[in-house]
Design a protein around this ligand. Structure first.
Ligand code: NAG
Ligand code: NAG
Ligand code: NAG
Ligand code: NAG
Ligand code: NAG
Ligand code: NAG
Ligand code: NAG
Length: 350
């Protein structure tokens, strides 16, 4: 992917400068003051990319894809780490950096506010069409299909993918740290950011001119093990299923309340390999082994066309239109998207 930056003067002189700068929109669920996202942002900017953060004003961990917007125009309390005080607008930027924005909503809502408010109003040259969306790195790994649904880091990412923007979710194993407490480049937040940065660079480097970073509807989930140095760990191609965890409700008879635990032995349902390459190791297993996992997913959650799926559909044959007629007139299998309905131009090029 070559992003050509035309400088008026050089263009006038008949020269063209070509750079590899990409427009990268960032989000997370830990909040816009997270040391992890700020370090990742710094590295991407230092590499010459055009980068904007729109992230929750406070910690919004565990929200998944829930898109919850602020009901009040102003913040009723101070932001994370008191970066902005109570009474500030519900959407705004860091007083020290006009490219770092917060919004008082869930991670998915932040993605939508970024695309439909922040970018169009304040960065019109972006055309509301980032080349790439990246989230995190999250504090704590997000591995397996169950966690995929509940992680705000993933929710922000698959929301971007739903809007035709290639998305990569990064999750690390370090504990929370404020950006203000990062005093050097030899700490776990910087190391996690460096691993994330290297992976983004690999994707950008390998993306040709006129090509999108990922096919339409595709996303990538990266999990980073605990790091003790700046050395880049091995990256392993993985799948979401395989040694993945799901929850068990643990009852406390004294308090009469529940907490969650990981079900043991691991459940077959969350580990059924239906899509993708079943020979790949599960990301949960790989990260536990100290390596970086990299899984490719799509947001087409439909079951694949196969015997099992046909069996399931066959059970409702008595109810469906198709059984009453030939079906071809009542609906079309792949409906054409009406021209102009989609905001961004990627949808016919997947
Ligand atoms: C903004 O920058 C100033 C000067 O570097 C610093 O004192 C202040 O803490 C920063 N404020 C925020 C919210 O980061
Ligand atoms: C809300 O924010 C706006 C803009 O900063 C400000 O003018 C207004 O006074 C604030 N309202 C409240 C109730 O804090
Ligand atoms: C946000 O909350 C989650 C879950 O409690 C926690 O793991 C994470 O460290 C928190 N993030 C911050 C920035 O405090
Ligand atoms: C870097 O900062 C971390 C705290 O974030 C500290 O533990 C470490 O000792 C510092 N390292 C150097 C080389 O200053
Ligand atoms: C990406 O390309 C740059 C410039 O050629 C190079 O310095 C860097 O090592 C590459 N990174 C990866 C991860 O391939
Ligand atoms: C169960 O609840 C009681 C009362 O709140 C608490 O003291 C106890 O630690 C809990 N047990 C476990 C295993 O969490
Ligand atoms: C499908 O059924 C409709 C009537 O329901 C009929 O007009 C049409 O010719 C049929 N098409 C085929 C291909 O059988």
């Amino acid at each position: 992917m070559r992003f050509e930056l035309f400088n008026a003067l050089t263009a006038a002189l008949g020269l063209v400068w070509t750079t590899d700068a990409a427009k990268i929109l960032m989000g997370n669920d830990d909040g816009f003051g997270s040391g992890n996202i700020r370090e990742f942002y710094r590295l991407l900017k230092e590499a010459g990319h055009d980068v904007i953060i729109v992230a929750p004003v406070i910690n919004q961990s565990g929200q998944g894809g829930r898109s919850d917007f602020s009901t009040s125009a102003n913040l009723t309390g101070p932001s994370q780490y008191n970066i902005v005080p109570a009474g500030s607008p519900a959407v705004g930027s860091d007083p020290n950096d006009s490219h770092i924005w917060y919004y008082n909503g869930t991670p998915a809502a932040c993605t939508f506010v970024a695309l439909d408010y922040v970018l169009p109003r304040y960065f019109p040259d972006w055309n509301a069409a980032p080349d790439l969306f990246v989230a995190g790195p999250n504090y704590g790994t997000n591995a397996g299909p169950f966690v995929y649904t509940l992680a705000g880091t993933l929710g922000a990412t698959y929301s971007a993918i739903s809007r035709s923007i290639p998305g990569i979710a990064f999750s690390a194993s370090n504990t929370a740290v404020s950006y203000a407490d990062i005093k050097n480049t030899s700490n776990p937040a910087t190391w996690a950011a460096q691993v994330s940065f290297n992976i983004v660079e690999a994707f950008l480097n390998a993306t040709g001119e006129e090509q999108e970073v990922l096919p339409l509807g595709y996303g990538v989930n990266v999990n980073i093990p605990p790091l003790t140095s700046s050395e880049m760990p091995e990256v392993v191609k993985t799948r979401l299923t395989g040694d993945a965890e799901t929850d068990v409700a643990v009852y406390n008879a004294t308090s009469k309340t529940f907490t969650w635990g990981n079900v043991e032995p691991k459940a077959a349902g969350v580990n059924a390999c239906i899509n993708g390459d079943c020979k790949l190791p599960g990301e949960t297993y790989v990260v536990k082994g100290g390596k970086v996992s990299l899984s490719v997913f799509t947001i087409d959650y439909d079951a694949p066309e196969m015997a099992y799926t046909e069996d399931v559909f066959a059970k409702v044959d008595s109810l469906t239109e198709e059984s009453k007629g030939n079906g071809t007139e009542t609906y079309r299998k792949r409906r054409a998207v009406p021209a102009g309905k989609l905001l961004y131009g990627r949808d016919n090029t997947a």
